[in-house]
Design a protein around this ligand. Sequence first.
Ligand code: AMP
Length: 371
Amino acid sequence: MKIIQPYQTIGIMGGGQLARMMCIAAKAMGYKTAVLDPTPNCPAGQVADIEITAAYDDIEAAKKLAEVSDVITYEFENVHYTALAELEKIAYLPQGSEVLKICQHRYTEKKTISDMGIKVADFRLIEKPEDLENIEYPCVIKTTRGGYDGKGQMVLRSAADLPAAKELAAQAECVLEKFVPFSKEISVIVARSTTGETEVFPVSENIHVNSILHQCIVPARISPALEKEAIDCARKIAENLGATGVLGIEMFVVDDRIVINEIAPRPHNSGHYTIDACVTSQFEQHIRAVCGLPLAETTLHTPVIMVNILGNHLDKNNLHNLAPYHPLLRHGKIHLYGKAEAVNGRKMGHINLLGSHDEVFKLVDESGIWV
Ligand code: AMP
């Protein structure tokens, strides 16, 4: 086991907002950072010490990242597996490429979780359109790879939806899942360090709008028994995977029991509340975990509601827009990602509204923003 010390360099594959917030945490801890991303002046490039602009599957660029870095991590699961596997041969990649490989493929991911004895929605592999037979409605079809924010998936409510599902299955390998009649969606951020130590953050209750995360409410409005089940499941998944770093585990609540939806092998949007509301943020914890440092306390010091700021919440022609600084939301801690263009649905930033939930909901309503 290796310990990465302050002044050494943490290299990150990917330069979006997650990498940006990793860099900010790493910098505060005295590290240098290097990022590799195809977009010049990407969100993380703006705050990193070294920015390498190249495609994710550019092996030469990945080698360059390895040369300047003492440890390598990644910010999202769609990093090219081959590039990462190559990197693993020449660089220190404590997360390995195996967990990433599992989480990149929805079928393998669900099979791995269900083999741990943890509940997931009933699922089967759809390799070709003809596999879509004997269907029980409602159900959900999802491409095995590459989907996010509701992309690459559709709900089938009756046979009328079958042609569209077959079209999707003709384009890509898919999984077919039983529709889960959930009462809530929640998630748990868990960290496991290179030493095998694990720490879990408080459960977040997640509200999606148009399949994109809109709000995280913490503490989640769930029973203590369910909270314990969610936390135990998250810890068990991290341990059984032998994962290193932070994982975001998305779950459905059905009849006061947990059904796992998916695992993100990295810091997760539903953990952004930790930056301002917990003793340690998910980003600091991730850096600690991959650097072999002791993990830190995760206690929540205030109730919080995180609201995502999307492109459609901002004035596309004027990114200097001060709407997030609405005077009613004085206890809101704003984080903007420095993206050049406000596109509908693009995550531009988030705000952590600290304080009692009733008060925050009232002020958000009165401010009339985020809708
Ligand atoms: P995913 O890309 O798997 O995270 O799915 C995006 C969203 O679609 C989830 O947050 C749920 O709101 C919904 N969803 C996904 N899978 C199911 C399912 N099997 N049953 C019901 N809703 C689902």
